[in-house]
Write a protein that binds this ligand. Sequence first.
Ligand code: PHE
Length: 584
Amino acid sequence: MEERIIDIMDPYELNNYLASRSYVNGFSYSYGDLALCKKVCECVDKYEKYLHVMRWLNHAKSLSSRQGASIKGDLPPAEKTSQYVITKDMSLDQVILDTLSEQKEISSLSFASENGLDHQKLVGAIKSLLALPTEYIKAEQKQISKWELTNEGKSFVANGSYEFLLYSAVTKDGILQKDLMKMPNAKIGFSKAMTLGWLAMDKKHANGPTVFRKVDGAIDVVKAVLVDIENRQNVEEKKIQDLKKRKLITPIVTKFYSLTKGSEFKTIIERPEADLTADMLQDASWKKKSFKDYNFEAKGAPVTSGYLHPLLKVRTEFRRIFLDMGFSEMPTNRFVENGFWNFDALFQPQQHPARDAHDTFFISDPEMTKESKLPSDYLERVKTIHESGGYGSTGYNYDWKIAEAQKNILRTHTTAVSARMLYALAQQKEFKPVKMFSIDRVFRNETLDATHLAEFHQIEGLVADRNLTLGHLIGTLYAFFKKLGLEKLKFKPAYNPYTEPSMEIFSYHPGLKKWVEIGNSGMFRPEMLLPMGIPKDVNVIAWGLSLERPTMIKYGINNIRELIGPKVNLNMVQENPICRLNKI
Ligand code: PHE
């Protein structure tokens, strides 16, 4: 530190001086520093809000404790470049500023090579300095191009040029042209050697066209120039252009920066704060800080929110379609059912294989539904229709047991819900037509594979009205599936204990290029509806399908374990688009 600096006691001036002075690395403590340090410490309050003074003070204090009494006698000017040793842990942007405080101009390329730095990293530091809100440095982009030998050029240096090799192959007595031309690259070599006047040809020679040497001891100039270029010697521009034309050399362009001090140059990097914190408000340090401008162009952070699982996305869409068609939703909050509503009410005989433990999950606690929970009159009518028939039906002719009906199970289909709703409908004073749907979970004790789990979702729709026919069912199915984008349907006779007639529904899948089964349907049997008390002229058309199948097709999922269970990838849930079924 120069002595006169000690006299600068005006905080603002001192701050400016210290801002432009590099004292970080290789800085030795001088008498000037010591004296100034004492003075500043005496009235530190005055300097407190001057960043560079405070920074210098901290630095000087830490040095004085490290250097102890080893204070230099003379007063050195600001440190010399030679003292400046760049260590790995120094930030390159600070290094650039410190160097610029002593050097007028820096070339990034030579600076990198002199200090063993990676040029690319240095460029990164330059860019970060340029990104600061004030002009710390000026950077002018420049480029130099060097000539580098191509592989062919390198082979010339190693073996000689084609023309020289050809010339060398010509003996004193000449050589037959046809033999000479057998040499590698003879055509180019020959024409070059002829142009250079190294060779002559006797077309009318007795043995046939013969080539002779025209000069003695030709010099391989091309090779010599290439060697010069390799050794970075100056080479005439014309020669360079010739070699470039012959593709023996190629330019390598290197971009670099020439750096000079900017209008706001200082050696201390002040990065504007991004946030105003509670601490800054409390200790008033916000007054001394500069703050980043708002970036109104910035994209907002993605809003964190819940996401619908693909099954729920598809369910939302099916629900919308039903609601659009004027259907109302049935309450499906009853996973545990009893055999009565799941099977008996649906005229499914008690010996039916679906009621077997292989197909149905039974509840062990409580095992049975209390008899009082089942509507007794209706229960009697169900018993009768199973045992001996009625309303023109012969029934199944077996002993119907209430114990079987009381067994608690996990519902195997949502048609149990439909049965409860139709029974409730029949209890109303006056019959009113209804359109109802449900989408919820059902359970089956089945073998698991890539597309089946023991639980899945069913979508079910029904319409109850007077004088409905199979034609109404078919028409409704066309209208419904059209909303899913499925216009080609086929129907195949099928069997359900509770519908007659029953039809499986197939649709042509243009992607899979085949007819796929998409659902099951039918008209509920009189044996199911009449014991409930539904008027005789009322028919109920109904259909059901699984939710998983369209979901897997829609989202291209092949294994059900990627859709449900511990292997589900949450990104899949978050990133899959909403469902528009008619765009499958
Ligand atoms: N419950 C039937 C099933 O489990 C679907 C269905 C519903 C069939 C309504 C006909 C009528 O597949």
